[in-house]
Design a protein around this ligand. Structure first.
Ligand SMILES: N#Cc1c(-c2ccc3ccn(Cc4ccc(CN5CCOCC5)cc4)c3c2)n[nH]c1N
Length: 237
């Protein structure tokens, strides 16, 4: 997968050199390039923003540098983080993991001139995404989140592919609690079932814990579960 990120704060994306994303880059699974939007400015002050038409607070990012940048870097699936975007979810992460090329446009100020997105949409898929209902300073943090969620799904990135099956949101439920040694820590024991060696019991316990957690913390996820997601054992509850 080839990823291009355009931002006025390239240093914000330094974490992309680290951990599993850094390893995916080193092993050739992922090719990431971070670009400074000011590369595509032509004035002496390298201006990237201007006042909003129609008035209102703050500044808006000028279309010209973005147009030049996307002319050079496109085509690819353009991902634009925005407070007004569609909620970023695990299904969307899976969809993006299937793309050969992603281009991330990191806005700042009050956002990017809408014509940039409209013009790009004439020649490539454009998706505005939001991390959630709160307001950040810009899109860079969202790019780190989206990229981590997407890259984890690429073949060869996670050592144990099984961990993709058990994790939260993979089957629509929150994951069960996890434990490791020691068996007793500050008078707190590991649940006996997890040390029983009875894999059927362990699987049922984990499923029950997932359902309990989801019901308590994210009841909004429960109705979305298709009937077949609750196996015969669950229905009895
Ligand atoms: N992903 C993501 C994001 C972002 C995000 C992503 C990208 C950019 C580029 C600039 N900003 C800052 C900005 C601040 C204020 C406004 C106008 N406001 C009008 C009133 O409603 C709220 C918005 C717009 C943009 C960004 C924020 N925030 N929250 C998420 N989940």
């Amino acid at each position: 997968m080839r990823v291009d990120v355009v931002t006025i704060f390239p240093e914000y994306l330094a974490p992309l050199e680290l951990s599993l994303i850094g390893k995916a880059r080193a092993t050739g699974i992922l090719d990431v390039a971070v670009h400074d939007l000011r590369t595509w400015t032509s004035d002496v002050h390298r201006t990237v923003d201007d006042t909003p038409y129609g008035g209102g607070p703050g500044m808006v990012m000028r279309p010209e540098p973005w147009g030049e940048a996307l002319d050079e870097l496109g085509p690819g699936h353009l991902i634009v983080p925005s407070p007004a975007g569609v909620r970023f979810t695990q299904p969307l992460a899976h969809a993006l993991a299937g793309e050969p090329r992603l281009i991330f446009a990191c806005g700042r100020y009050e956002g990017i001139d809408q014509r940039v997105l409209d013009h790009a949409a004439e020649r490539m898929p454009v998706t505005e995404v939001s991390l959630g209902d709160y307001v950040l300073f810009g899109g860079e943090v969202a790019v780190l989140v989206v990229l981590e969620a997407v890259v984890r799904l690429l073949p060869g990135v996670l050592g144990n592919a099984d961990s993709l099956i058990e994790e939260s949101h993979a089957d629509g439920l929150l994951e069960a609690p996890v434990y490791t040694k020691p068996a007793q820590w500050r008078d707190l024991p590991v649940p006996e079932v997890l040390r029983s060696g009875d894999h059927g019991r362990i699987a049922r316990w984990r499923r029950d814990q997932s359902l309990l957690r989801t019901a308590r913390r994210r009841p909004d996820l429960l109705p979305a579960l298709p009937p077949q997601a609750l196996d015969r054992h669950d229905r009895a509850a």
